[in-house]
Structure formats: C-alpha cells, structure tokens
Design a protein around this ligand. Sequence first.
Ligand SMILES: Nc1ncnc2c1ncn2[C@@H]1O[C@H](COP(=O)(O)OP(=O)(O)O)[C@@H](O)[C@H]1O
Ligand SMILES: N[C@@H](CCOP(=O)(O)O)C(=O)O
Length: 322
Amino acid sequence: MAVYTDVTADELQAYLADYDLGSLLSCKGIAEGVENSNFLLHTSRGHYILTLYEKRVAEADLPFFIGLMEHLAARGLTCPQPVKSRAGQALGRIAGRPCAIVTFLDGMWLRRPGVAHCHALGGALAALHLAGRDFPMERRNSLSVDGWRPLFEAAEARADEVTPGLADAVETALAALEGGWPDGLPRGVIHADLFPDNVFFLGDKVSGLIDFYFACTDTLAYDVAICLNAWCFEPDGAYNVTKGRALLDGYGKVRPLSRDESAALPVLCRGAALRFLLTRLYDWFAVPAGALVRRKDPLEYYRKLRFHQTIGGARDYGIDAA
Ligand SMILES: Nc1ncnc2c1ncn2[C@@H]1O[C@H](COP(=O)(O)OP(=O)(O)O)[C@@H](O)[C@H]1O
Ligand SMILES: N[C@@H](CCOP(=O)(O)O)C(=O)O
C-alpha cells in the first residue's frame, strides 16, 4: 500500500470546504502504487482520487502533469481530470504535501495481460504520443541516461546485498549506455511509466490511462521500450515475442515507427531495463520507516537487462528492423 503521508479527517474536511464536491462519505488509502500517497474519496457527488505528491515529484513539475492530463483529455484520451477548487485551483496542499484531486476512472488493470491486451496497449501508447504532439509545455526526463549514475552511486555500496555481482554488472551496462545512448530520434510527450497497473481495461479495450507523474519530453521510442519490458515478459522471465509483436503492431497501426526507431529498440530496451532496475534498487534501501508500501523487485529488471544484452537485434522483439 502506498501511503507515505496520513491525512486526518479534520484536514480533509477543511481542504474539501474549498471544493464543490458535496459532503465526504469516506476516504480510504489505496492499496497500490509506490510513488505517491493515494486515497479514494467517496463524496455525495461521486468517487475521486486524492493524490499527495511524494519524494520523486518536484513541485515545480506539477503544472506540467496537470496541464498534460487536461490536454490529452481534450484530444479524446481517457485519463484522470484534475478537479478545480471554487477558486479555480487544481493544486493545493494537505498535511504539508502538495496535492490534487482527480476524477475516478472506471475499469481495472490486468495482472496477466494477454496478447490482445498488448496490442491494445500499443495502440493506446501511440495515441498518447500523437495527442501529445501539440502540448506546449516541456519537462526534461530526470530519469533518463544522465539521471542513472546518481541513482546508482546512491545504491552502489549495497547493491551486492541484492545479488552478488550486481554492482559490477550495473556499472558495465551503465557505462555502455552512457557512451551510446541514441539521440536524434523523434521526441515528444512520453508517459514513461505505462506499466499494466497504469492502464485500465474494460474487456479487451483500454478504458483509461493513469499516473502521469513521470511524464516528460523524451524519445518516443523509449516509451515503447518501457512498455515492451513491462508488458511482454512472462513471470518466469521469458520474453514473449508474440506479445512483443502484438504491442509493436498495435503501436505501428497508429504511429508507425521509423527504421531508425526500430533499429534503436535493443539499446532503448537496455536503457529502459536499467532505469527501472536503478529506481527499484535505490528504493530497496530507501523506503522511509513507517511507509505502507510494497517494494518492487530490482532483480526482475536485472533479468530483463540481461535478456536485452543477449539479443541479436530489433527483429528479436518481433519487428522487422532496418
Ligand atoms: N483516476 C483514478 N481512477 C481510478 N483509480 C485510480 C486513479 N488513480 C489512481 N487510482 C488507483 O490508485 C492506484 C495507485 O495509483 P498510481 O497513480 O499508480 O499511484 P502512484 O502515484 O503511487 O504511482 C492505482 O493502481 C489505482 O488502483
Ligand atoms: N512502475 C515502476 C514503479 C512506479 O510504479 P507506480 O505505477 O506504482 O507509480 C516499477 O515497476 O518499478
């Protein structure tokens, strides 16, 4: 359960007095997520999500996230919509943390997505990339290649407690990526964390996307690599090429990848694997005492990184590369 900051009933009542949300019926901490504190609010007007922004979210970035959700919704994407106070403010402060209330989305996320879901996810990701093309704000990706070494240095001394040899393996992979990270590929708004728990389905159809708090301006194909890692590996660690092909096909039907983007997938997948390995490794040792959160396994992403280090080329992901 991700609740780092508790909210008292009095604090919440006082906060909601500035909103036209009716009377508060209940407020429950949400038993999922790792980054922020989330609460399900039930008021006489309906259901809402209250998010208190924690550790990795810089307050200065909040207008980007809020503006992006509004922009994407205006272009037909289903994503949470910030609820404004009577004074027209989407952002506030509660229990000492910056916060926002957003609309509740129907649907559920899938613990075991199948091939059809991967296809639908690919289409939804491409639709997001297209809808973001004319978003006027920019946000640098603080968790791209130049953000990885500081994370590694913070966790390096204890990395081998997770598995022997991890520190050396990460150093080698990191140095290779720092020396050969692609630039010049098409850029735009990326979600940067479109894991299954951030995609809601009704049947085989994507019903909504949530959790835009890593969204930024970066290489579009890097977002595809993040999704290949998050959606197309089986619990036993095997890459499922049928799911990979479905995801890439779903994506390509909406926004075809260029030959350069396809050819860059192996290095982008290695980078995407290292990025989540590093944040999970950092968090493994840095979860604050008393926080209610389930830590995520860094080794899952170490295994994915090793897979990507062994593949021959983009064709192995289920795509015909240049
Ligand atoms: N707008 C929403 N509608 C419905 N459920 C939501 C919404 N936002 C968050 N949730 C629920 O809260 C959980 C955690 O949200 P998430 O944004 O992933 O947290 P975190 O910010 O910690 O990553 C989700 O898995 C989902 O169950
Ligand atoms: N997806 C990340 C962690 C962040 O997950 P969230 O959707 O709960 O914010 C990971 O798997 O490491």
